[in-house]
Write a new protein. Sequence first.
Length: 94
Amino acid sequence: AVEMAEEFVREVLGLDETVNARVRMLSGGKAMVELDNSILESGDDGETNWAADLLRDFGFEERCIDEWGFNSFGGVRGFKTGSVAAMPTEDSKH
């Protein structure tokens, strides 16, 4: 289900594989889309909800519930990386 939702997001928003785009299933079966902050900030009006609005226009919320097994659509937020991203590099230890 997550893979199909991610494929839909990439297609609707015109994202290639170099862009971080994930669909997470949160507690309660809520679908949350996470995108690179650079993509969110590139909206014409500067609003981070432009991506959520576009996905809704293309029926993302309905497909989440009717086809992919989610219970709701929680919107779009900035991509969150794992704890590995916060680890110091070898250079920064000196």
